[in-house]
Design a protein around this ligand. Structure first.
Ligand code: ADP
Ligand code: MG
Ligand code: MG
Ligand code: MG
Length: 404
């Protein structure tokens, strides 16, 4: 695919900042101290600019293909608009937990945003064995804020219809539908596992209960337009910063929401849970059982904060005529069960699918095998156990038993 727009380079970003009136006052393009391309994600270019006064700016540009694969996997750069629209909508609801956008250049698919380089990508911090208390709860509050604030509980009918129409994101959704729900059990040539895990992957694909559950998960993902969800809320889409000399977060921010669309709320919660399990699998593999237990406490922190925040907002719903209290209880029960289902999907795709995680991939090979097996077993059990007891404590117990 030949692009009809210019890609940024470290040599052109200063001129670019000069050309954008909205960026006046962010960094001084005439006195830049450093410019780096820091993108480590699968999809996009990301530049970090610092000026001599220490001010920073981040420019993220969508390419017309998947960065991790190259031009052989085309992907619409229009995804930048979905990212900007969702970041802005979410920032309006929970400014403390969403990166701030300064400017959007639609023709060139460039988002200019707040520099969070004094934060850490949560996944990186987790892999270094660091603790950021409060991050899991912050993300629960964030999901609750968008679950309520972008939904029919907060918006009038016409505004909701406008937002729904503007957020239809079929190309990015198709990636999720294929990679997260279908390919873990139906290989399209993009899967890979260690030779020692081939039987585990085959067992997963042959597990009728699991595959049936993935069909239900995919259907739910494609049909339940509940709220403008993040759509890719793994621990690599969260920035964390601890206060000086403490493990308590003084800032937690979601970013990288190009997969945003009106979808099921529990998809974001399940993504978080799955990545907590993966962090725990890494810790168990390294013999760090205390740390694994800590990681398995995170699902409850996210869920409890989500539930508390959603309940807090519920009295503000636009219309209480039929949306009574028992329906709130039904909703929360449904979302909790769906969180297990989506977590199962997300766990399996990260082990057998195309996009893996550093948590597992950076383990020595002899430890990786067992960690991968434990995560796949947890995924298969999760689709069976939720019906009996969907509490996050039961989830943690189940995962701990299968990962250890
Ligand atoms: P992709 O969509 O390609 O995954 P991301 O938005 O995740 O791109 O950005 C890739 C990386 O760039 C992040 O993992 C992080 O290290 C860095 N990054 C992205 N946004 C910011 C920001 N606002 N401030 C600091 N670093 C950032
Ligand atoms: Mg990313
Ligand atoms: Mg992304
Ligand atoms: Mg052990």
């Amino acid at each position: 695919m030949s692009a009809d727009y210019e890609f940024l380079t470290v040599d052109t970003v200063a001129d670019y900042v000069r050309s954008r009136p909205a960026l006046a006052g962010t960094v001084d393009p005439d006195r830049l101290a450093s410019v780096e391309e820091i993108g480590d994600g699968n999809l996009n270019l990301v530049f970090l600019l610092k000026d001599e006064q220490g001010r920073g700016l981040v420019l993220k540009q969508a390419l017309p293909y998947v960065r991790m694969v190259g031009e052989g996997w085309p992907m619409t750069p229009e995804r930048a608009r979905f990212e900007v629209d969702s970041l802005r909508a979410h920032h309006a609801l929970v400014p403390e937990h969403v990166v701030e956008v300064h400017d959007f250049d639609e023709p060139r698919h460039i988002i200019a945003m707040e520099d969070l380089s004094d934060h850490r990508v949560w996944r990186h911090a987790l892999n270094e064995g660091l603790v950021h208390d409060g991050a899991a709860a912050a993300m629960g509050r964030y999901v609750a804020a968008l679950a309520f604030g972008t939904s029919l509980f907060a918006l009038d009918r016409e505004e909701l219809a406008r937002r729904l129409a503007a957020s239809v994101n079929p190309q990015l959704c198709l990636i999720t539908e294929d990679l997260v729900f279908t390919e873990p059990s139906v290989d399209a040539g993009r899967n890979s596992v260690l030779p020692a895990n081939e039987q585990d992957a085959a067992d997963l694909a042959a597990d009728e209960v699991f595959v049936t559950a993935m069909g239900r998960a995919k259907w739910t993902f494609m049909t339940h337009a509940e709220a403008l969800i993040h759509g890719d809320l793994h621990t690599g889409s969260v920035m964390v910063r601890a206060g000086d000399g403490t493990t308590d977060c003084d800032s937690v921010k979601a970013f990288d929401s190009e997969f945003a669309f009106y979808g099921p709320v529990a998809f974001d919660l399940g993504a978080l849970w799955a990545n907590y399990v993966i962090a725990a699998a890494r810790a168990f593999a390294l013999g760090e059982d205390d740390r694994a237990a800590w990681a398995l406490g995170l699902p409850a922190q996210t869920w409890d904060a989500f539930e508390t925040e959603f309940r807090r907002r519920w009295p503000d719903r636009v219309d209480g005529r039929v949306w009574r209290e028992p329906f709130l209880e039904e909703l929360l029960t449904r979302w909790r069960e769906e969180t297990w289902l989506f977590a199962a999907a997300k766990m399996s795709r990260r082990i057998v699918g195309a996009a893996k995680t550093k948590d597992i991939e950076t383990l020595p090979e002899d430890l990786r095998e067992g960690a991968a097996r434990g995560v796949l077993r947890t995924a298969r059990q999760a689709v069976r156990s939720a019906a009996a007891d969907a509490s996050p404590a039961a989830f943690a117990t189940m995962a701990g038993d299968l990962l250890r």
